[in-house]
Design a protein around this ligand. Structure first.
Ligand code: PXP
Length: 248
């Protein structure tokens, strides 16, 4: 039996990181998004952080205007970000935890500890037509809380697994993967659409691409790094090839 299609969301944050290193206009994240589209991406992901360290407000406006692909707008659950999302009405809003001092999103959202507030927070976004996704770890309590919030999508944070693989800690990686697989099946079984993201590379994409319960992968940093050597189009095309191979 053929598995349902697997979408690739390309995260273009780190094109903006490079641009901001010199404060000019290039490389342009919109140009990267258009190249990603041409190379076979199914969506574009961008994270507008509170400190605007990579993506800026005008990038979101230009992406909404300039791309045909759906935009997955990653943001913290703050009033400021909610206003921006309501202004642009992106296809999807992915809620992530955010700490100023972190280098990247380190863990999942504590949905279980904040379910009532998140439910209220999401209501106007849902009314505006945005599909809500909650970025969570593999803890069963978070899945159960995502159901209470009424989120149609969860994205599992697979960064810890990817780090363990990169460090050659294979036994721990296998245990982490088993926990992720269980959580993916539980969330899917509960009727939630499952996405995965964070830290995925050519070496770590296969197990997630192979799972028919997974419908979308969001991948950024590795692709932008690989693009330095091969160009963005070929890097994305190779990721797409590995995803398709693993899906079988
Ligand atoms: N998905 C989410 C929710 C994220 O926060 C990030 C990082 O911004 C990604 C996917 C992409 O992670 P990476 O850049 O490590 O591929």
């Amino acid at each position: 039996m053929t598995k349902p299609p697997l979408r690739l969301g390309v995260n273009i944050d780190h094109v903006a990181t490079l641009r901001n290193a010199r404060g000019g206009d290039y490389p342009d994240p919109l140009r990267a998004a258009l190249m990603a589209e041409a190379a076979g991406a199914d969506g574009i992901t961008a994270h507008l952080r509170e400190d605007r360290r990579h993506i800026r407000d005008d990038d979101i406006a230009r992406l909404m205007e300039g791309i045909a692909l759906p935009l997955n707008f990653e943001m913290a659950a703050t009033a400021e970000m909610q206003q921006i999302a309501l202004l642009h009405r992106p296809h999807a809003v992915c809620l992530v935890p955010e700490r100023r001092e972190e280098r990247t999103t380190e863990g999942g959202l504590d949905v279980a500890g904040d379910a009532n507030r998140l439910r209220e927070f999401c209501a106007p976004l849902v009314d505006a037509g945005c599909r809500i996704s909650l970025f969570i770890g593999h803890d069963a309590r978070q899945i159960e809380a995502a159901l209470r919030v009424g989120a149609p999508v969860v994205e599992f944070h697979v960064g810890h697994y990817c780090d363990l693989v990169a460090e050659g800690r294979h036994d721990e990686a296998a245990r982490e993967l088993a926990q992720l697989e269980r959580a993916i099946r539980d969330a899917h079984g509960a009727g939630i659409e499952v996405h995965c993201g964070h830290g995925i590379s050519y070496d770590t994409v296969a197990p997630f691409a192979a799972m028919e319960e997974v419908r979308e992968l969001n991948i950024g940093h590795f692709l932008i790094c690989e693009a330095v050597f091969t160009g963005l189009g070929p890097a994305i095309a190779e990721m797409r090839r590995l995803m398709d191979d693993a899906r079988g």
